[in-house]
Design a protein around this ligand. Sequence first.
Ligand code: IMP
Length: 307
Amino acid sequence: MDGVTSATLCSRNAHKAKELEQLLPGWSIEPLERSDWPDEVGDTYYENALAKARFGREVGDPRRWMVGEDSGLEVEALGGGPGLHSARYAPEGRPAIARLLRELRGVPLRRARYVSELVTLSPSGEEARGTGTLEGRIAEEPRGSEGFGYDPVFVPAGESRTVAELGDAWKLRNSHRARAARALLAALGAALVLVAAGCGGNAKAAHRVLVAFFARSAQGRRLAPLFPNEPGSVSCVLHTGGTSPGTTLQATCSTDVSLVKPDRAVVTLTEAWNHGAQAHTWFFFIRRNGEVDSVVEEGVAAPQAQR
Ligand code: IMP
C-alpha cells in the first residue's frame, strides 16, 4: 500500500476515530457524520461492524475505504453482558459505569474482557477483518481519567491500574482495538501483496496449492482435517473438552487461498469461534509446490485447545 489510504470510519463514537487514526498508520480516517444509523441488530460484533461499513458504502464517498467497528465489554458474572449491547446498556461514561458497579455489588467474580471487531470494505467492495480482545477484571470503583467508556473500571490482566490510569499511550499498544487493528493490517497485508503483484488465481490453481500445502508440511497435515480442502467455510468441532469438561467447541473453519505470480501464494486458515466474536488465523506464505516460506499467526487461540 503506497501513500495514504483514505478511509471513512462508520461509527458514531468519536473516541474510536481518534484511536484508529493512530492505530492504522498511513491511513487518513474521517468519521462518517450521520444521524440515520441503522440499528445494531447483528448476532455478532462482526455482523454489526460489517453492517456499519456497508451503510458507509451506501451513503458515503465510493472512492474511500469504509471501516466498520463494533466493540463491547463482556462481564463473566453478567453472562457475557452487556456485550453486544454495551453502547445501549446506559449512556456512556458515568451512568454506564454506575449501572455496572451496581450490578456487580458484592459479586467476587470480576472477570471481564473487551472485544473489538474491525471490518474494512475497499472501494471495489473487498472485505477484510481483524478481531482483538483484552482480558481483565472490573475494579470496585472508577479510577483514572484517560480513555473512554468503561476504561475507569477495567483492569487488564497482569495490571493493577485501570485502563483509564494506564492511559491512551498504553491503549495504543495493548487495547482490544489495537489488537484488532494489527490483525486487520496483517490480513490486508496478505491481500495487498497479491494486489500489488497483479495476481489473480483460479479455482484449479488454488486447489493445487492447497492439496500441496496440506500434504507437505507437518502443520498443514495437522490442520487438514479441520479445514476445507478448497476455498470456503465449514462448520466444525474444533476441540473436545471445550470451555467445560465433556463439552465441545463449535466453530467455523475457513480456508482462503490467493495466488501471487509467478510462484507464491498466501493460504489463510481461520477458525472463528465464540459465535464469530473471536478468530484465530494463520497466514501461510507458500510456494506453488507447497513449501512454506513463513507463517504469521494472529488472533486468539480457542480455550483449552486439545487438537
Ligand atoms: P459500539 O461498538 O459503538 O456499539 O459501542 C461499544 C461500547 O462498548 C462503547 O459505547 C463503550 O461503552 C464500550 N467500549 C468499547 N470499546 C471501549 C474502550 O476501548 N474503552 C471503554 N469502553 C469501550
